[in-house]
Design a protein around this ligand. Structure first.
Ligand code: CP
Ligand code: NVA
Length: 299
């Protein structure tokens, strides 16, 4: 089994992994031997702090080992194909995770790999993030509530999240400027779960009564050439104290991080009481990926 998108991960498998993550965190044992002798190979075409380190700690906590290879120092930078790379890495490791610019490159890699492949973020989705996001939502008891994603609701994080949240029956609201709408195919897939999924361009209307507000950067990796336009268009969608006041008083704030403080989120919000959840969310990357690695390698 691969994890290339949340879209292709069956609902019951997704929930099983999230429940396992919650259980692993409660147990808190960081010295397990479940994956002794297993090797995780991670490929990075773009930068990472959380994904890389949480995957490494996750495999170490389970008794396995980790090898990270970035594109620049590998033969990929000199033209070796993804297919050949996949064939070779499958002879060394038991599972491969990859952070790539394009989903199509990930699919190429997965097609020729003979071990499970995990999407560690592409332009289309960030499924590992969504697992940790929903773990956090559940830990705070908000999985039956209203989740508002504000900002670039067509990005990788939003795509994976809207589907994962809809599968729990949350009321999902996607809030962005009307000419930066969420992706139709993801909104449709989220609605197909039976959940209420709204698209709203007015931030005040969107966040009214929210239980969870999620935001992410306006300029994802690879979109740097659109920076000027995006900063202008998304400015009214900043998550600030004034906007947060319209949500429920115990609303939790989520952000996948890294945050661009003063852009999509203010210091006041990120350092405030409602955003304590952000640091739990970052920690949960490790537990969710432990659960995922167990699912992929133990069965
Ligand atoms: N949230 C997340 O994926 O962070 P990194 O880019 O630091 O891995
Ligand atoms: N949407 C962001 C997420 C970073 C973790 C990006 O792709 O840059």
């Amino acid at each position: 089994m691969n994890l290339l998108t949340i879209k292709d991960m069956p609902d019951d498998v997704m929930k099983e992994v999230i429940n396992k993550a919650i259980e692993l965190k409660k147990e808190g044992n960081r010295n397990r031997d479940d994956l002794e002798g297993k090797v995780l190979i991670s490929l990075y075409e773009k930068p990472s702090t959380r994904t890389r380190i949480s995957f490494e700690t996750a495999i170490y906590n389970l008794g396995g080992r980790s090898i990270v290879m970035d594109f620049k120092s590998s033969q990929i930078s000199r033209g070796e194909t993804m297919a050949d790379t996949a064939r070779v890495l499958s002879r060394y490791g038991h599972v491969v995770s990859a952070r790539l610019f394009r989903q199509t490159t990930l699919e190429e890699l997965a097609k020729s790999a003979s071990v499970p492949v995990i999407n560690a973020l592409t332009d289309l989705e960030h499924p590992c993030q969504a697992l940790a996001d929903m773990q956090t939502v559940i830990e705070y008891g908000k999985e039956k509530g209203k989740l508002v994603y504000i900002g670039d609701s067509a990005n990788n994080v939003a795509n994976s999240l809207m589907l994962a949240a809809a599968r729990y029956g949350m009321h999902v609201v996607l809030c962005s400027p009307s000419h930066f709408p969420p992706k139709d195919e993801y909104v449709e897939a989220a609605r197909k779960t039976g959940a209420k999924v709204d698209v709203e361009s007015d931030p005040k209307k969107a966040v009214a009564g929210a239980d969870v507000i999620y935001t992410d950067v306006w300029i994802s990796m690879g979109m740097e050439s659109q920076s000027e336009e995006r900063v202008k268009q998304f400015a009214p969608y900043q998550l600030n104290g004034e906007l947060l006041k319209l949500a429920k008083p115990d609303c939790i704030v989520l952000h996948c991080l890294p945050a661009h403080r003063g852009a999509e989120i203010t210091d006041e919000v990120l350092d405030g009481e409602n955003a304590k959840s952000v640091w739990d969310q970052a920690e949960n990357r490790m537990w969710a990926q432990e659960a995922l690695l167990l699912k992929l390698l133990k069965e």
